[in-house]
Design a protein around this ligand. Structure first.
Ligand code: PMP
Length: 400
């Protein structure tokens, strides 16, 4: 009965790793997937995470019962505090409903499903470009998808004018997806002054912001600094949604731990919204997994573990920033034509190199370097040892 089923295309990002794994070359380099690697090229489990897990194993009262549909209550409370700040007026007024979801992706999807059923304008605007999964998540959830200008290839920076123009002509109620920090794939973020103008426009036109926060702490090394744009939108008293992921900032990729928060106009509304989020979640996966959320709650609750996490997070962010400088310096050394300053100006895990598809293919064939076809490279996958190989490959691609 399934003989008619056609072969689906590999996911363009995860497909890069599939191809990498098949390559026998000893110099192969995977810069496709956004996962942190140590200087030795190894995945990292944070000490704060290891210690939290040890505590959980030692605690005989920690059992494997089902969580409620909305997840672990402590985790939800602490996640909202991490995103919005413990002294956030919306938290103090009980105006936020937070539910534990399956990492950032699951949080976005639950938010999308909720909007499709309960929001009067089920249209969502994405920046161009955006993380490839956004379109699929929200289309599947039943929203219609539109674009707003974001990246300007000529300056390799923000097309602020285009962004304001496109959001300015969005219909009232339209949802606007905003990357909270470290925009993926471009690494280009608005300045705080630009955020303030975006906020004013969104509020005066009655648009609904939906923040995707997949890199809190990973951009600047500071959890609070990276949450600033989101908090500006909470401080004005308005409504919004926010999806949080602990994949990158706690290195909990495979634990699938995240949260969706809906900031509402009153505590009464927040309670009703939460009841509808449970209606979305129950038939999808019934309730979320307990382990990852318990790790996060243990760390967020414990002063020492939290402090250790912030230091480890800063170390990861600093290593990525150092890779930017090393790659920039190496390209100066090889005398590679062009202006490469965007490598040190862009923010977060990725550099949007500006290399075209043919150049990406060339580097893949001749240098066994793997990246997405749009020329995005994960700086977290680089090391001091591999920078020269990448710089030589870029040089050859650009001058060839
Ligand atoms: N949003 C953005 C912008 C991302 O880059 C990612 C991770 N690549 C996610 C959401 C979600 O990731 P996860 O589901 O692993 O938390």
């Amino acid at each position: 009965v399934f003989a008619h089923v056609a072969q689906a295309q590999d996911d363009p990002i995860l497909g890069v790793t599939v191809a990498y794994n098949k390559d026998p070359s000893p110099v192969k380099l995977n810069l496709g997937v956004g996962a942190y690697r140590t200087e030795e090229g190894k995945p990292l489990v944070l000490n704060a995470v290891r210690k939290a897990e040890q505590q959980l194993v030692a605690d005989r009262s920690h059992v494997k019962e089902y969580l409620p549909i909305s997840g672990l209550a402590d985790f939800n409370k602490l996640s909202a505090e991490l995103m919005f700040g413990a002294d956030s007026p919306a938290i103090l007024e009980n105006r936020i409903s937070t539910v534990q979801c399956l990492s950032g992706t699951g949080s976005l999807r639950v938010g999308g499903e909720f909007l499709a059923s309960h929001h009067h304008q089920p249209t969502i605007y994405f920046p161009t470009p955006t993380w490839g999964n956004h379109h699929k998540i929200f289309t599947r959830a039943g929203l219609s998808v539109k674009a707003y200008r974001y990246y300007d290839p000529t300056t390799r920076g923000l097309n602020f004018h285009g962004l304001m123009e496109d959001l300015g002509s969005a219909p009232p109620g339209a949802v606007v997806l905003l990357h909270a920090c470290a925009h993926n794939p471009t690494g280009v973020d608005p300045t705080l002054q630009q955020w303030e103008q975006i906020r004013k426009l969104i509020r005066s036109n009655g648009l609904l912001p939906f923040f995707d926060s997949a890199y809190q702490g990973f951009a600047s090394g500071s959890l609070d600094a990276d949450a600033k744009p989101v908090r500006m939108f909470v401080a004005d008293g308005g409504e919004l949604l926010a999806a949080q992921s602990y994949a990158k900032n706690l290195g909990l990729y495979g634990e699938r731990v995240g949260a969706l928060s809906v900031v509402c106009g009153s505590s009464d509304v927040a309670r009703r919204v939460e009841s509808q989020l449970r209606v979305v979640i129950r038939p999808l996966y019934s309730s979320p997994p307990i382990h990852g959320a318990s790790i996060v709650a243990t760390i967020l609750k414990d002063r020492d573990l939290f402090h250790e996490w912030t230091l480890e997070l800063k170390e990861m962010a600093d290593r990525v920033i150092s890779m930017r400088h090393q790659l920039f310096d190496a390209l100066q050394k090889t005398g590679t034509p062009g202006d490469w300053s965007h490598i040190i100006e862009q923010i977060g895990m990725f550099t949007f190199t500006g290399l075209n598809k043919a150049q990406v293919e060339f580097m893949n064939k001749e240098y066994h370097i793997y990246m997405t076809p749009d020329g995005r490279i994960s700086m977290a996958g680089l090391s001091t040892r591999t920078v020269p190989h990448l710089a030589n490959a870029i040089h050859a691609a650009v001058t060839g």
